[in-house]
Design a protein around this ligand. Sequence first.
Ligand SMILES: *[C@@H]1O[C@H](CO)[C@@H](O)[C@H](O)[C@H]1NC(C)=O
Ligand SMILES: *[C@@H]1O[C@H](CO)[C@@H](O)[C@H](O)[C@H]1NC(C)=O
Ligand SMILES: *[C@@H]1O[C@H](CO)[C@@H](O)[C@H](O)[C@H]1NC(C)=O
Ligand SMILES: *[C@@H]1O[C@H](CO)[C@@H](O)[C@H](O)[C@H]1NC(C)=O
Ligand SMILES: *[C@@H]1O[C@H](CO)[C@@H](O)[C@H](O)[C@H]1NC(C)=O
Ligand SMILES: CC(=O)N[C@H]1CO[C@H](CO)[C@@H](O)[C@@H]1O
Length: 580
Amino acid sequence: MFSNQAFAVITAVVAILLSIAKVFLEPEPELPDNNLILESIESMFLNSWNDYTQYGYGSDIYAPISHNHRNFTGDDKPMGWIIVDSLDTMMQMYNYTLAENVNVTLYKTTDGSIDQSKLDSIASRNEQFKEAILKAQDWIQNTLDYDINAPVNVFETTIRMLGGLLSAYYYSTELQIGNPNVYLEKAVDLGDRLILSLEYSEIGIPYSSINLQTGNPIRNHVDDGASSTAEFTTLQLEFKYLSFLTQNDKYWKLVEKVYKPLYENNNLTSPHFDGLIPIYTVPETGKFFGENIRLGSRGDSFYEYLLKQYLLTHEQIYYDLYRISIEGVKKHLVSKSSINGIVFIGEKEFGLDSKGLSPKMDHLVCFIGGVLAMGATEGLPIEVAKEQAFWDEKRQEDWDLAQEITFTCYQMYDQIPSGLAPEIVVFDDGTSDISTNNWYQSFYNDFYVKPNDAHNLQRPEAVESLMFMYHLTKEKKYRQWGYQILQKFKENASIKDENDTDDSTIRYTSLENCFDVPTEKRDNLESFWLAETLKYFHLLFQDDVDLTKVVYNTEAHPFPVLDPKVLEEMSLTTGWTLDI
Ligand SMILES: *[C@@H]1O[C@H](CO)[C@@H](O)[C@H](O)[C@H]1NC(C)=O
Ligand SMILES: *[C@@H]1O[C@H](CO)[C@@H](O)[C@H](O)[C@H]1NC(C)=O
Ligand SMILES: *[C@@H]1O[C@H](CO)[C@@H](O)[C@H](O)[C@H]1NC(C)=O
Ligand SMILES: *[C@@H]1O[C@H](CO)[C@@H](O)[C@H](O)[C@H]1NC(C)=O
Ligand SMILES: *[C@@H]1O[C@H](CO)[C@@H](O)[C@H](O)[C@H]1NC(C)=O
Ligand SMILES: CC(=O)N[C@H]1CO[C@H](CO)[C@@H](O)[C@@H]1O
């Protein structure tokens, strides 16, 4: 007979082997027809949208369970938070359901006739998208007024509102729906208000907020007044595109001014940082405040916008800076879970010189899979990218890491009872004593979740990376993982009225706790559910997505790739250099 101890060891070993087998050998289910999946994504969007239209239209903040709603700013003027953010998703779905774009042969029944009810249902969704778009345009033209006497966050307002207006302009032009100039005029109005935050800055780095009416810049009220480093380094795509559209280089010049002090005043490329930014910066000096380095909140989109500026405008300096930072990420932040060897990206809370790596990873970090993949391939299918002169060992490493991290982000859903990821996880890397705490544990023991971090806000980043990985590889698994997550949102993040017999009151909301099943809901609709998560789902299941043609801003608003020759003729070029 085994001793108790030996038995415990054997049980533990068997459990580990089983869990490894489960993580890597799960059977992959066959997917329903693509068009059925796209249809269900469009319906999910319309369910959320129609509920918002009925009970909260025009408001910035909406609670789908109680139907409560309010606006951000003190004087109760709306910012267009949900409407502007959602517009281009509706345009994308409108385009996809347009009769001339529907492949009728896909709707043939077995006897060769066309399933007319299917076509009617597509046409009906198309009509709903069209009406919603035109109604939103009318609202933007006649109700939305940015002359608001209240402070707004420069970064959030830029990526969501300015970004949303600019991409609405772009799609409205491309798809010939509505009047694009409504969006551009509003974008210029908003852009002129926001840009003052950069214009008034001493060295080029803005305060975190600005009063839209008075132009008064407002220093951060916490963190000793420091600005979030990712916030002022995530304005560049929007304002550069605005410069392009208005032929006014003012915006372009001002947004790129943030980089020189940031790099030079901190020696950012020196081994002390290796291109990795602490998450706060003192706006008057450009010096970092604190040493907390992470790819999660306040750090994330700094890296994203280095690459995406290169992809949008082909300014080489941004690829070079991106390269330095990504080498820093690979050198300092990558580790593995001890049980299944799942690769994660951790944090250096006390700077690169400190010992160890904090194994904490925000769901937000999941954007990096898609960014690494786009940085390696520049949007070309992987097999084509590998034949380009630019392909080298470093890009191969980036590509490998992109695949690993995307798998990890899928695990952040697959190892959770509700099938939906928590806001933050802590990996068990074998070095810390986390298993003794009363935290939640993932199915196969790769990570733990603190009770306060167990909510799900319907965030997009994992689906975003799945979308990029699928279109660059055409590997079916990315759609299978995406489909699984989609179904979990459908089942576990949806609500409906108790007496609803025809599902007409279905809508989607955040979760208080993704470990509880049935799930406990949180009465909150994030605008990025409509702007990003459902858009990326829809793109994941489309067939002809060309990733070399558009760049998605950090709120999933698409801008067209700009021709460097045209930019040169317009004198829209990089105005700074760095010795590296
Ligand atoms: C927010 O703005 C919308 C649109 O103008 C308006 O209908 C609504 O009443 C405002 N909400 C509040 C709480 O004032
Ligand atoms: C609209 O749909 C057509 C046909 O699917 C596609 O080729 C085109 O790229 C789409 N346009 C946009 C802006 O998505
Ligand atoms: C329409 O779908 C059929 C069946 O999948 C396919 O063979 C055909 O190439 C498609 N046509 C177009 C124009 O995409
Ligand atoms: C930056 O690094 C250079 C060379 O290592 C050094 O001479 C300089 O003093 C450093 N500057 C700052 C601000 O740390
Ligand atoms: C649902 O129907 C029951 C029985 O008719 C009624 O008592 C209840 O108030 C209804 N609930 C709602 C939310 O209307
Ligand atoms: C409402 C709810 O929580 N539904 C489902 C969530 O997901 C699990 C499995 O992933 C189901 O068992 C629940 O019924």
